[in-house]
Design a protein around this ligand. Sequence first.
Ligand code: DGL
Length: 211
Amino acid sequence: MNKKGKIGVFDSGIGGATVLKEIIKLLPHENYIYYSDSINNPYGDKTETEIQNICDNIVRYLIEQDCKIIVIACNTASAESVDYLRNKYKFIKFIAIEPAYKMVYDYSYENPTLIMATKGTIDSEKFHSLLNKYDNHQTFLLPCIGLADRIERGNINEINKYLNEILHPYIGKVKNVVLGCTHYPLVEENIRQILGDVNFFSRGTISSYSS
Ligand code: DGL
């Protein structure tokens, strides 16, 4: 067994695997446990207390499995529970994530931006301080209620129909798209087909189809 202990990574389902993939590229020699909490999916429309209790149970399990570092690979769970978890489990290092809006500030500030995230993330205090700090004053917020569940179910027609409905008002109006839920990179190509030539910001990466 790795003396340093394992790295535990969790999300409400398959979305956090998009984060895990990036972490493994950076730290290929660590041991990982990925906890996909499909039973409680979606987190996006649960209350803060519900999310904290769910995350608490997962964290206890990951500690039992010898995890010394825990990555909350979910924007919603990070926004609603990281302070609670850090306070309760002081001996564990928690890595939390947030929508990649600072990257817009750093790399594409002058362009109109759409932030797609769960309602839980968009309503959270943490997200609002991020938005206030890096506001480019041409940012639209889009709570994608039910998108993560549709991605979990994996019915591509259902996903495309939903994306067409919610993205229609933004066609030709935005250049940057922040994928503020770890499930959404899994449908990046479907989003691009609707919005066209946009820059995507997620998981610490920018992907652009014009370059
Ligand atoms: N993948 C999670 C996130 O990054 C949310 C999905 C859900 O609503 O459960 O916010």
